[in-house]
Design a protein around this ligand. Structure first.
Ligand code: FAD
Length: 552
């Protein structure tokens, strides 16, 4: 028996879900329910930027998934963080504000046959919710800035509040190696080097819960159920008017230890992320028929693309031991250094505790074969063996590089019909010759930068992967040893044309063949963006909100 009915049910209060809940409930006539499996975002480490290190792999804030052993990573399995709290991944992510390249969105328009996805038609959706620091009173915006950036929206973008000489010099070395300086990565062509801009406000993390939910939560027509896991979708058959196709009528949830059903008069919108949304579809009988039958799940709609097409950026982390530089390794490994870091944050909200996990950014090409930047750098004044392990006890930096347009494809597939069991996540990194070649070449680009005069003054020693490795084969294999996710899974419920059998949703993000159901999250990207994926996901949600409210 349904206990309650709403017009819209949004599943997942993450990046996309918080924006959607805000926009859909702006009209008091809409009764909106937002459901989140995780708890409130009241853990202090969510808000102190460096606390990202303590939120990852912490069950209070993370689903704590792991990948399957990955052949491209020489059999390693990775931790695969996904935010589980209000704000979702935006509560535990690196806060880096990057939109990608115009060609990414033009590619989506080609893939769907819908010009709504062209860059020029996405730009207004990025700008609509933006609050860019350079447009503040007294900001240093140039004349063209207003053509690309918004001000006064909910999504705050700021400059980082830190300075690292060793990173300034790495940036100069990048310029010496032929990468131009840029002041703005977000105008459609992101080639260049500069510090990242971040989603922070005055030195605190700015997640989507603060941005979109806090104010909206007071509305009488928005109901928030946190600490409530959605177990599956309620699916019926539409009448003759609906052509007899399946219709999503609500969701089943576990709330306070009880299983209950809630109904949606208009739509259920899945915003459970690129892992959670395909899992829920499969559990509910919408997915590859063979997989569902394997788990004795009745096939409601055979949709073979659900959980396929997983794409992610693999970051390949070169570590350089340096001489004569201040790095976080040495500061954080001494008591005086630690005290100084704490004090600087307390007094000024600046310094290492205000630090996003990566500070310096560069977009460039792995080789002349590429007409556009196909690799991205995240450079950090620190080094460690692996996430979760202590910093090295010697001064070092990490230059992490990732292939922006990988051709490897992975999968997300349920392991059982039990919603509490994590799905099998198999990214299949480095599984194509092109990805292995880009990995090898990008390590060579890192070496070229490190050799330049501006950086050579630190006498850099390549600790990882090690200069003894030079051939394509060796470098690709080593990339498998030192590579790890940069946390950007997308594509598992991808959009596409009506005649594309592997498309899960249409260009307006409606699940193909099922009425009353949309997916709005990072999973709908047909191809991964050339950059970090949070703000592109917000753009998707902004566009979708317009369609949902407009009845499209
Ligand atoms: C550690 C980390 C660092 C990152 N760094 C950056 C960065 O610096 N910049 C950047 O642009 N991107 C970054 N990303 C990626 C970016 O944050 C994501 O691409 C983006 O947040 C995805 O948004 P989403 O709405 O698709 O999913 P999410 O934000 O993951 O939201 C999904 C929500 O659904 C909830 N949910 C899932 N299943 C259920 C269920 N069954 N019932 C109820 N609720 C459910 C989840 O708990 C979650 O809150 C990072 C991600 C991580 C994890």
């Amino acid at each position: 028996m349904a206990e309650q009915e709403f017009d819209y049910i949004v599943v997942g209060a993450g990046t996309a879900g918080c924006l959607l809940a805000n926009r859909l409930s702006a009209d008091p006539a809409n009764r909106v329910l937002l459901i989140e499996a995780g708890g409130r975002d009241n853990y202090h480490w969510i808000h102190i930027p460096v606390g990202y290190l303590y939120c990852i792999n912490n069950p209070r804030t993370d689903w704590c998934f792991r990948t399957e052993a990955d052949p491209g990573l020489n059999g390693r399995s990775l931790i695969y963080p996904r935010g589980k709290t209000l704000g979702g991944c935006s509560s535990i992510n690196g806060m880096l504000y990057i939109r990608g390249q115009s060609r990414d969105y033009d590619g989506w328009a080609e893939a769907t046959g819908d010009d709504a996805w062209r860059w020029e038609n996405c730009l207004p959706d990025f700008m609509k919710h933006e609050d860019h620091h350079r447009l503040d009173a007294g900001g240093d915006a140039d004349a063209a800035h207003r053509d690309y950036h918004g001000h006064g929206g909910e999504w705050r973008v700021e400059k980082q509040r830190l300075k690292w000489q060793v990173l300034d010099d790495f940036a100069t070395a990048a310029v010496e190696a032929g990468i131009p300086r840029t002041r703005d990565f977000n105008r459609g062509d992101n080639e260049g080097v500069d510090y990242f801009e971040v989603n922070q406000r005055s030195g605190w993390r700015w997640n989507t819960s603060k941005a979109f939910l806090r104010g909206a939560e007071k509305r009488d027509n928005l109901t928030l159920w946190h600490s409530t896991q959605v177990l599956g979708l309620e699916l019926g058959r539409g009448g003759e008017a609906g052509g007899g196709q399946p219709r999503c009528t609500g969701v089943r949830v576990e709330r306070g230890g009880k299983a209950i059903t809630v109904q949606a008069g208009r739509e259920v919108i899945l915003s459970a992320g690129a892992i959670g949304s395909p899992q829920l579809l499969q559990l509910s009988g919408i997915g590859p028929g063979d997989l569902l039958r394997e788990h004795d799940i009745p096939v409601v709609h055979d949709l073979p693309g659900v959980g396929e097409n997983l794409q992610d950026h693999l970051q390949i982390r070169s570590v350089y031991r340096v001489k004569g530089a201040r790095t976080l390794n040495t500061m954080a490994n001494s008591l005086v250094g630690k005290a100084g870091i704490g004090l600087e944050y307390l007094l000024k909200r600046s310094g290492p505790m205000s630090m996003a996990p990566s500070q310096l950014c560069a977009f460039t090409r792995s080789s002349d074969e590429y007409a556009h930047p196909n690799i991205e750098y995240h450079v950090q004044p620190l080094s460690l063996e692996a996430f979760g392990q202590p910093l090295h006890d010697f001064p070092a930096i990490t230059a992490s590089v990732c292939n922006l347009n990988p051709t490897s494809r992975g999968t997300v597939r349920i392991k059982s019909a039990d919603p509490r069991q994590a799905p099998a996540i198999a990214p299949n990194y480095l599984s194509t010759p092109e990805d292995r070649k880009v990995a090898a070449d990008s390590l060579r680009v890192t070496r070229r930068i490190a050799e330049q005069p501006a950086f050579a003054r630190y006498s850099p020693e390549e600790v990882k992967p090690g200069l003894e490795y030079q051939s394509d084969d060796d470098l690709a294999r080593l990339a498998g040893d030192i590579g790890t996710t940069i946390f950007h899974p997308v594509g598992t419920t991808r959009m596409g044309r009506d005649d594309d059998p592997m498309a899960v949703v249409d260009a307006r993000l409606r699940v193909r063949g099922v009425a009353g159901l949309r997916v709005v999250d990072a999973g709908v990207m047909p191809t991964i963006t050339s950059g970090n994926t949070n703000s592109p996901t917000l753009m998707i949600a902004e566009k979708a909100a317009g369609w949902i409210l407009g009845g499209a």
